[in-house]
Design a protein around this ligand. Structure first.
Ligand code: ATP
Ligand code: MG
Ligand code: FE
Length: 344
């Protein structure tokens, strides 16, 4: 099926067009630079930017794909989770298209879309698979038996998301927002063994209660204390080394728990998605350790890991292909749509 997908849950206005597993267009406009000086996404600024970017991004996607809008089989849109005002812009645009063109509308889950996007790169999803979803707002281990109906959480972060930790630590190190890509780059010249930062929820009692959960706020505090101590002593902070050691700690916990969860669930396919899946160390470590235990790893290319419309179209195409019931035309934006609800 030919499906158009719209994404506006945070600060990227994305419109993607796919035909089955084939990506035809992936137009993204980002308001990230408008938020940078605030050190985080400002919801009102994001909503306004979506309003301004929606129609031009839609036109750009249609032109790139060489598709006329009336040719599409369905419209998919992120209905949640995300920023309420930002989601509303995409949902309103999708409804207008669905009604105007007389096409079915699918309000889809942003997190499931971060997983489904991999089929644009590597073909049909292996089902069941274990998905490690790591992004700016979420860090979860999901058992996926059917990406259109069966997404079951095994664990999640009990405090900060992995991407949030990257962004906060980047700030401590004086790197720009969003920090993930800057830490990734800085860490290339660093020594990952320079400091042994804590691995949250990986030992003792914590493992009994939180075996598949994550915690990154203690790690962030440990980095903050370490940096402060250096500054108090009047010594320079080795940014590359701290970035590398922090990135090592995050990747180590993510990969360890993902492989433990896969083994426990008896699943041989690990899929990594979300913005943090763009991280070069996480990708390399996952491939290396998974190979040792006979688990196959799939990670979409970095450009498809961060927010985009193609991921929404990819999930929409799967819903159409499997004959799932479309959403109602009075579809609401649901800022806290649970990961188990793939279609609203
Ligand atoms: P959610 O998907 O939970 O709603 P979001 O949509 O805001 O959150 P994404 O766009 O999926 O998040 O991911 C953004 C996050 O990914 C940011 O925290 C950013 O720092 C992080 N990120 C992006 N690239 C990298 C990288 N190379 N290394 C580490 N983190 C990265
Ligand atoms: Mg973003
Ligand atoms: Fe996201």
């Amino acid at each position: 099926p030919l499906v158009l997908g719209i994404e506006t849950s945070c600060d990227e206005t994305g419109v993607g067009i796919v035909r089955g597993h084939t990506l035809l267009a992936d137009a993204v406009a980002s308001s990230v630079e408008e938020h940078a000086r605030f050190g985080g996404v400002v919801p009102e600024v994001a909503s306004r930017a979506h309003l301004e970017a929606m129609v031009p991004t839609l036109e750009r996607a249609a032109e790139t794909a060489g598709v006329r809008l009336h040719e599409v089989d369905a419209i998919a849109v992120t209905s949640g989770p995300g920023l309420a005002g930002a989601l509303l812009v995409g949902v309103a645009a999708a409804k207008a298209l669905a009604i105007g063109l007389g096409k079915p509308l699918y309000g889809v889950n942003h997190l499931a879309a971060h997983v489904a996007v991999d089929q644009l790169e590597h073909g049909s999803l292996p089902e069941p698979c274990l998905a490690l979803l790591v992004s700016g707002g979420h860090s979860s281990l999901l058992q996926v038996t059917d990406i259109t109906t069966g997404v079951d959480p095994m664990g999640a972060t009990i405090d900060d998301a992995a991407g949030e930790a990257f962004d906060k630590v980047a700030r401590l190190l004086g790197l720009p927002f969003p920090g993930g890509p800057h830490i990734d780059r800085a860490a290339r010249d660093g020594d990952a063994a320079y400091v042994a930062f804590p691995r949250g929820l990986t030992s003792g009692r914590d493992m009994e209660r939180h075996r598949f959960d994550f915690s990154f706020s203690g790690l962030k505090t440990a980095v903050a204390r370490w940096v402060e101590a250096r500054e108090r002593a009047g010594e320079p902070v080795p940014v590359a080394d701290v970035a590398a050691a922090f990135q090592e700690a995050v990747s180590d916990v993510l990969v360890r728990k993902a492989l433990d969860a896969a083994a426990t669930a008896g699943i041989d396919d690990l899929l990594i998605g979300g913005g943090v899946a763009a991280n070069s160390r996480l990708r390399a470590m996952a491939v290396e350790r998974a190979e040792r235990v006979g688990v196959r790893v799939r990670v979409p290319r970095p450009g498809l890991c961060t927010d985009n419309g193609a991921m929404v179209a990819a999930l929409g195409a799967e819903l159409v292909a499997r004959g799932r019931t479309p959403s109602s035309l009075d579809l609401p934006a649901d800022s806290s749509q649970p990961v188990t609800q793939v279609v609203a």
